[in-house]
Design a protein around this ligand. Sequence first.
Ligand code: PMT
Length: 222
Amino acid sequence: MSKKPLAGKKVVVTAGGTLERIDPVRFISNDSSGKMGFAVARAAQQLGAEVTIIAGSTQVQPPSGIKITSVESASEMFEAVNALWEATDILVKAAAVADYRPKERAMHKMKKSGDTMTLELVKNIDILETLGRNKTSQFLIGFAAETNELETYAMDKLRRKNCDLLVANDVTMEGAGFSSDTNVVNIYDTNGLAVSLPKLSKEEVGLRIMELVAERTVGLSR
Ligand code: PMT
């Protein structure tokens, strides 16, 4: 295979966590640092692709020399990805997207009152599932952050979201998942387990994912 097997391909990578505002000073988010998504983006660029990152909240410097659009909420992330969707060849959804957001966003800082408070949440759009349903020629890679029954949940997400590949990490494992510099992943396709990787740096995991994507997309044209 050539050293630039993704030359001519447009790759979109989502990275980081979404942030759902409660009021001007409070929000719901998660521990995603952006490291995994940024590593995938670097690998895609190294393999010759034209890469765009859609980044939510992140804790590390984004890769230099790659186009990046910053977003906050799941709905903003959906709009940014959807705007590029038709021209996208490969989408990698490494971001940790909030499944719910506060039903109301208070205009002013909420004041303390009773001993308990209830926050009503409404479901966010599932970006991957929505785009998976509208897939034409795009190659779609989802991620799954799980704490148990990795394979069962990963295969369910792969099928439900119509992904070509699903990268699953058990985020309870030492050296895997959120914020760490390493990850431990299994990659599934529609037939089941395709690749099981040992603990590797996120840079190396990103490269292995994109090399597999390159293998699977060679000869596929839009
Ligand atoms: O950023 P790091 O600190 O390096 O951490 C990396 C990571 C743990 C965030 C990453 O490896 C990872 O697992 N990303 C996916 C996290 C996640 O949200 O998983 P999920 O199982 O909740 O979602 C499954 C898939 O659906 C994901 O591709 C997600 O982007 C997508 N999704 C989820 C909900 C939603 N409303 N829209 C989506 O598109």
